[in-house]
Design a protein around this ligand. Structure first.
Ligand code: FES
Length: 146
């Protein structure tokens, strides 16, 4: 028997909306409520570039990521074709209006998934600008043709 843990009441999740559940370790889980009051749980991370699915738009049996619009299915966490990838799913149930998640999964599932990281801009002009600013004052070369 699963060690279910109560998370919230069904009405705490907006219809066609989401609620984010923080975990002790790992990325948060997003709970989604459909128009017919079904509840699904996905890791709050899009398989494309890590967008926050909890801020997406719920439509039917999936959610459209707020960053680039990939649609992720609730049942299996899979991106809809032609996109590819999968978001981890979590077991979820609603019992007498209480939404519950599996405590073991919350503590152990998908811990390797990390938040997206912002990186340096790698465009040539941006790198050159950084190099110019890194020179000591007074040593910046004169512009070409000066
Ligand atoms: S990060 Fe979700 S569609 Fe790009």
């Amino acid at each position: 028997m699963k060690p279910w843990v109560a998370i919230c009441r069904l009405e705490d999740i907006p219809v066609l909306g989401a609620r984010r559940v923080e975990r002790e370790r790992g990325m948060p889980v997003a709970l989604f409520r459909t128009a017919d009051d079904k509840v699904f749980a996905l890791l709050d991370r899009c398989p494309h570039k890590g967008g926050p699915l909890s801020q997406g738009i719920v439509a039917g049996d999936g959610v459209a990521c707020p960053l680039h619009g990939w649609v992720i299915g609730f049942a299996d966490g899979a991106a809809r074709a032609p996109d590819e990838g999968r978001t981890p799913t979590f077991d979820c149930r609603v019992d007498e209006g209480v939404v519950m998640l599996d405590r073991e999964q919350l503590n152990r599932h998908a811990l390797e998934q990390v938040p997206p990281q912002a990186g340096p801009c790698l465009r040539a002009g941006a790198v050159a600008a950084v190099a110019v600013h890194a020179r000591p004052p007074g040593t910046v070369p004169a512009p070409a043709g000066a």
